[in-house]
Write a protein that binds this ligand. Structure first.
Ligand code: DGY
Length: 440
């Protein structure tokens, strides 16, 4: 295990570009928002200062609205599509920074969790390191608050306690089958010319790339939604009226609950403003998440264009384990579901870890991206959520299984649930990061 931790630190150092860690050198040669949060969680185990630099770089690309973009582009790096010219954010939207270039979407707000972890790690560091960490968290505080205000105000304008996403990419679970029905309504205009798929090219050397990534039919819709957003000039009010994809995302909302709670404890500890506001957001979104849960505590997304409730059995259904607040009976039922043969406890699995989609769903695909494979950061989130919900035994079992999976030292983007085979990009920074944290 010491060796795995050393390798994980080595991977993060290799992907370090000074003030940011690239998500994965070939496939994702830029900074991604929720990747950066997980990377900071891992880096906190090595250097709280370097972990904070990661968040400072991300927040340095914040929009005037408070939005934290899902990609911060590295200048001169052309191996990823859609690149800055496609997004054209700085050109069409006055709220976007001119530099650095960014995308015009969000990703799940895990950053508050990272800040809490960094502050905790600083406790065990030298007085000077701790002092530095506290001062830097103070300095980034207005930006963190602005980010949460943006989400609460512009992504939940009706106050239902669920965050609206404009694109599957915003959920972080890009091609999850939970989005299949809504994507049926995303139809590119006949004149739309899709761009080159750089992802397949980047993964080509590893073999099997096309089977492990979203399909072409899905990709053209992803590209078209970017085009729709650009035409809306990335204006939230316009987007809410015009986009052909608008979902209330229960997993992102649950992560927002957790991030608000974590940041509220940081504010409390450091005497920073916003404690009541953050607790207020946590309460509002917890209610929103729990309102979607069925008798077994399993949560659902809502299609805001049609009102349809989406109950596809994907990992997002376990959102209440992150938001907390389930009554004991439903919490027990949800934990039992998680460990059942439909999920982690499938007898054929190489490691008893959560698959991104239930193997009993007709949409399950063991190799294709978020349609089945196991993703280490999601495992990390569930371990963390289970620990916070008092489910220590289940958390311990997942932690052991995760450490077994990560012992291959490859730090793959995701894993085949049945064979344990590494899939997607490797080494992927966030996988190394969660390994570092789990091993600490
Ligand atoms: C990708 O390019 O696949 C990313 O997940 C989008 O953010």
């Amino acid at each position: 295990r010491n060796q795995t931790a050393a390798r994980a630190a080595y991977v993060l150092a290799g992907n370090d570009r000074g003030r940011l860690t690239v998500a994965a050198p070939q496939l994702y040669p830029h900074m991604w928002s929720w990747d950066a949060a997980f990377i900071a969680i891992g880096l906190a185990r090595v250097s709280t200062g370097r972990a904070l630099t990661e968040l400072e770089t991300l927040l340095g690309a914040q929009w005037r609205t408070g939005m934290v973009p899902h990609i911060v582009f590295t200048e001169g790096e052309t191996g990823y599509e859609p690149g800055p010219q496609r997004w054209a954010c700085g050109r069409v939207c006055p709220d976007a920074p001119q530099s650095p270039a960014t995308s015009g979407l969000i990703q799940p707000p895990v950053h508050g969790v990272a800040v809490r972890r960094i502050l905790d790690a600083a406790r065990g560091a030298s007085a000077a390191e701790r002092h530095d960490a506290v001062e830097r968290i103070r300095a980034m505080w207005p930006r963190l608050l602005a980010w949460h205000r943006y989400l609460a105000d512009r992504r939940d304008p009706e106050g239902r306690g669920l965050l609206t996403i404009y694109h599957g990419w915003e959920s972080g679970l890009d091609d999850s089958p939970r989005w299949d029905a809504p994507y049926a309504d995303v139809v590119p205009a006949p004149e739309f010319v899709p761009f080159r798929r750089a992802d397949l090219h980047a993964l080509g050397a590893l073999g099997g790339a096309a089977a492990q990534r979203p399909s072409d039919a899905e990709y053209v819709k992803y590209q078209w939604l970017v085009e729709e957003l650009r035409r809306a000039r990335y204006d939230d009010a316009t987007a809410c009226r015009t986009l052909s994809f608008r979902m209330a995302d229960v997993l992102t909302s649950a992560l927002f609950v957790a991030a608000n709670e974590e940041l509220a404890t940081v504010a409390d500890e450091l005497g920073l403003p916003g404690v009541d506001e953050l607790i207020g957001y946590a309460d509002r979104f917890r209610r929103g998440v729990l309102e979607t849960a069925d008798d077994h505590g399993f949560a659902a997304d809502v299609d805001l264009r049609t009102g349809a409730v989406i109950r596809t059995p994907t990992i997002a259904g376990f959102a209440p384990l992150l938001s907390g607040g389930l009554d004991p009976a439903r919490q027990q039922a949800l934990v039992e579901t998680l460990t059942s043969a439909d999920w982690c406890g499938h007898p054929g699995f190489a490691h008893a870890l959560p698959p991104s989609t239930s193997p009993s769903s007709p949409a399950f695909d063991p190799v294709r991206y978020w349609r089945g494979p196991q993703w280490p950061p999601v495992t990390w989130l569930l371990i963390w959520g289970l620990e916070r919900s008092g489910e220590q035994e289940t958390a311990r079992a997942l932690r052991e299984a995760a450490l077994d999976q990560l012992a291959d030292g490859l730090f793959a983007e995701y894993y085949h649930p049945f064979t344990g085979e590494p899939l997607g990009a490797r080494p992927q920074s966030w996988t190394a990061a969660v390994a570092l944290d789990l091993l600490a």
